[in-house]
Design a protein around this ligand. Structure first.
Ligand code: HEM
Length: 481
């Protein structure tokens, strides 16, 4: 049976090759409403691309729990060994636009949406355990400096180093970025990290600080700048789509570092500083499950492009932490989604929770499209709270999922927090000292490639930072320059 072509109102279209015109050589007429619909829709095909992480690739899969965590968290997807939770993962580069190369020297976004029975939990992380910053007020400045030059619209390494020269907090992450790990060979051959410190809380109201790690089962594979330059721009996306299509499903071991609340007060490293790791010798990794990707999207735009991840998408038993960067992100993502996709972004199937959605939010563009909410736009249900209709099924809060109060550190005060005296050097130096001779040579070469294009003042300030991390690190950069 043939499928009849229709216009958007569902009516059959008689001709999709020729517009209605006044004779053979004449102009078009005003009753070309199908032509107008087609052109008008075409004009509106784009969403604004993500301001960062614009270029991405997504796929569905599952998370299977291998360790019951009910002593630590209320989260139901972390209870009962063997429990399976559907996920959607979107990988991305950070700085480039939608059609930039998959092989930039850039962190990779690794965002996981867990569709749990208590709502969606989004782990919106990267392929690195730390970040360039520890205060969100610097994020727009940082991103501006890493993206294209405002005049030439070209990448400009001098601007990147100019930012880093004034921000020693970036040293740890920029050392990772410039190292041999800086360009993953594929999206399957890299680790993922929640990076921030999140938390768990249990039925007793106890809180634990938690860092999430996703360790690739495919092994780490990376590229040098020269190798990356040979790869086609869309190579990493193609690699992932083809691996999944052929049944070669990539997977990651999901591991946690868990810190009891009391430790946070006296641990030598600020556990809420995103520029720092917790050494595994202090807090060993505990494997809790496996994440596998096994299903490609059917439609890239509908699913991957409209996907909206938010660090504020949390479920009972999982909370945030005093990490200042995380606090900034709690606001930024939903705001971005309302701008990029719209107020009812969570009605789109890829974003919609796979559990009942009951609330008093109503209307807005595209209301009533969520397949999992109570009918279109919550149907005829009462639209204010409190109301007298709880017995008839109007939604009420559930105090049993109340998070314990966030502990306030004893020396807390309110004001601008100057972090300039933090130690941003020891962990960068530790990382440098762990590298083999060939890794050190790659690191120095990658840094000098960009730093040599910066001003002398920037070079001097960067050398001073490298030297504070490790004397040899600084000396080699100085000599290479
Ligand atoms: C204050 C700091 C930050 C701000 C203000 C910020 C802001 C944003 C914004 C506005 C987007 C686009 C969201 C969208 O349009 O859907 C985004 C995407 C993203 N960010 Fe951040 N970001 C910050 C830090 C971080 C950090 C530290 C990480 C990782 C540890 C991270 C990982 C990601 C990822 C993976 C995406 C892409 C999500 C997707 O695939 O749709 N961001 N960020």
């Amino acid at each position: 049976m043939k499928t009849i072509l229709t216009s958007a109102n569902g009516a059959p279209v008689a001709d999709d090759n020729n517009s209605i015109s006044v004779g053979k050589r004449g102009p078009l007429t005003y009753d070309n409403h199908y032509l107008f619909e087609k052109l008008a829709h075409f004009n509106r095909e784009r969403l604004p691309e993500r301001v960062v992480h614009a270029r991405g690739t997504g796929a569905y899969g599952s998370f299977v729990l291998s360790k019951d965590l009910s002593d630590l968290t209320l989260a139901d997807f972390l209870q009962d060994v063997g429990k399976k939770t559907r996920v959607f993962v979107r990988f991305s580069t950070v700085g480039g636009g939608q059609d930039s190369s998959d092989y930039a020297r850039d962190p990779r976004g690794f965002a996981v949406k867990f569709y749990t029975e208590q709502g969606n939990f989004d782990l919106v992380g990267n392929n690195t355990p730390v970040f360039f910053l520890n205060d969100p007020i610097k994020f727009p400045d940082f991103v501006h400096s890493q993206k294209k030059d405002p005049r030439t619209n070209l990448p400009n390494p001098a601007r990147m180093f100019e930012f880093w020269a004034s921000h020693p907090q970036s040293l740890h992450q920029s050392t990772i970025l410039m190292s041999d790990r800086g360009i993953p060979a594929s999206l399957r051959h890299m680790h993922g990290f929640g990076s921030h410190t999140l938390s768990f809380y249990n039925a007793e109201g106890e809180r634990f600080w938690v860092k999430w790690h996703l360790k690739t089962n495919q092994g780490i594979q990376t590229l040098t700048d020269a190798e990356a330059a040979q790869r086609p721009a869309h190579g990493a996306q193609q690699d992932l789509v083809e691996a999944i299509d052929s049944g070669d499903f990539p997977s990651w071991a999901v591991k946690l570092q868990i810190m009891p609340d009391a430790d946070a007060k006296h641990y030598g490293i600020n556990p809420f500083d995103l520029t720092k790791v917790w050494p595994h010798s202090d807090y060993p990794l505990v494997e809790v499950g496996q994440l596998e990707l096994n299903e490609n999207v059917n439609n890239y735009f509908a699913e991957t492009e409209q996907a909206a991840f938010a660090p504020s998408n949390l479920v009972p038993g999982i909370g945030v932490s005093p990490d200042k960067m995380l606090q900034g992100r709690l606001l930024a993502y939903q705001d971005a989604h309302r701008f990029r996709v719209g107020a009812n972004v969570n009605n789109i199937p890829v974003n919609a929770p796979k559990c009942p959605v009951n609330h008093y939010q109503r209307d807005g563009a595209f209301a009533g499209t969520c397949p999992y909410s109570n009918g279109a736009n919550q149907d005829e249900r009462v639209n204010f709270y409190p109301n007298d209709q709880a017995e008839a099924g109007s939604p009420v809060p559930d105090a049993t999922v109340m998070a314990p109060p966030m502990p306030v550190l004893e020396d807390a005060w309110i004001g601008y927090h100057d972090q300039s005296e933090e130690d941003y050097y020891s962990q960068a130096g530790d990382l440098y000292r762990l590298m083999s001779e060939s890794q050190k040579q790659q690191l120095i070469g990658n840094i000098v490639g960009g730093l040599s294009q910066a001003t002398e003042s920037v070079q001097q300030r960067m050398i001073a930072q490298y030297q504070r991390a490790d004397e040899d690190y600084g000396l080699r950069i100085k000599n290479a320059l």
